[in-house]
Ligand binder design. Sequence first.
Ligand code: SF4
Ligand code: F3S
Length: 106
Amino acid sequence: TYVVTEACIKCKYTDCVDVCPVDCFHEGPNFLVIDPDECIDCTLCVAECPAEAIFAEDDVPADQVKLVQINAELAKIWPVITQRKEPPADADEWLKVPGKLSKLER
Ligand code: SF4
Ligand code: F3S
């Protein structure tokens, strides 16, 4: 499965959702997650993300492995998002800012 990692937090560009053939992205207040039970590993979303936030589960950076479980957990709670929408007004300011996990809103 593929996993949305920390770089998405407060950026949430949503380009990824337009290309997913199985609609497995779920939206929270400032982050998106992938439902691991639905993702078919097509890889299409990876190149779409301006924040380069999406990784194959096995390639998630060591300091972010927590996000694997967080994707699975929040995908069960948050609603599906299938169409791109405007990112937050300050999305570009958060691009490449490290240590955003503490900013994740549930
Ligand atoms: Fe959707 Fe494919 Fe990305 Fe999985 S890898 S989330 S199926 S676009
Ligand atoms: Fe997040 Fe990248 Fe999608 S910033 S919303 S994973 S395009």
